[in-house]
Design a protein around this ligand. Sequence first.
Ligand code: FES
Length: 106
Amino acid sequence: MTKLTIVAFDGTANELEVANGSTVMENAVRNSIPGIEAECGGACACATCHVYVDEKWTEIVGPPEAMEEDMLDFAYDVRPTSRLSCQIKMSDALDGLVVHVPERQG
Ligand code: FES
């Protein structure tokens, strides 16, 4: 199992044990983390699963691909650390990943 921390907008850190191959969005929804709506169910077609990758992790997680970057245009308060959480797949390399939920979705 891999560790994933999703920090809600109110600062609550939700520390989860997750399976490799699952996405950050799936784990957020499964654990009812507030602020991740994921309306399209992970198809990279809604931008309501927007998160900020913690700065310690941005390089390891890497930048969004072109399709995700296009969708991020629809997200609220996009920053250089913004990603769509349905496009981040957990793996050993991401063990300990921390992401932050924005104030609201787009
Ligand atoms: S769940 Fe719709 S873009 Fe991520």
